[in-house]
Design a protein around this ligand. Sequence first.
Ligand code: SF4
Ligand code: FES
Length: 247
Amino acid sequence: MRLTLRIWRQSGPDATGRYEEFEVRDARPEMSVLDLLDVLNADLVDAGVEPVAFDSDCREGICGACGVTVDGRPHGPAENTPSCHQRLTPYSDGDTLRIEPLRAAVFPVIRDLVVDRSALDGVVESAAHVGIPAGSAPDADSILQGHDAAETALDFAACIGCGACVAACPNGSANLFVGAKLGHLALMPVAGADRAARAREMVSAADEEFGPCSLYGECSRVCPAGIPLRAIGVVNRERLRSVFKRS
Ligand code: SF4
Ligand code: FES
């Protein structure tokens, strides 16, 4: 099928961006949005035109490197699906797709569809300490953990750090991301030793860079890892807990 792509082009962080229109004639429904960009880029290179810059790595929905806005929605039209798995099935011959970078004040555009998501790394790095004696790793079976806690920690650990939740939020809040990190580590036997300090540091780092949460819920709808809205409650719970607990 033939698709028209309106794509955001921006040569650098300080350059003025604009939309450019391209046509891809041999798009197929089973292709992903990133496959479509690959086809377009091959045509552009053949024509001697600068290809469109975008991020990707695993293309398996696990690394969090990809993330573009398709028709106004972070990652694309399918709920809870990363850009690398967004298929073209909703589109028909002659349709137009508008593809932009993830839009958030804390994610400046580096080039075209590539944004700087290091503000998310800053939140994690703010609590990147391990308050336990260093030494060789304990045997995996020597620290017991309840099944339910392990399952919940694994659910929260699914966050791939893509930043779509921030881009989807009208406030630019990172609470879904922060809640996923806090909820995961609070339940781990070793990492849980730093629970209160981590909550104080991560929440404070997030408050400095990101907007407040107003419970719109858009974050959870676009999250490719299916992080539930209750992760936001984890932020509030861990924040309050850290006021009363030293660890
Ligand atoms: S919570 Fe979901 S949308 Fe937000 S960074 Fe993690 S995986 Fe991406
Ligand atoms: S490229 Fe790794 S999650 Fe999409």
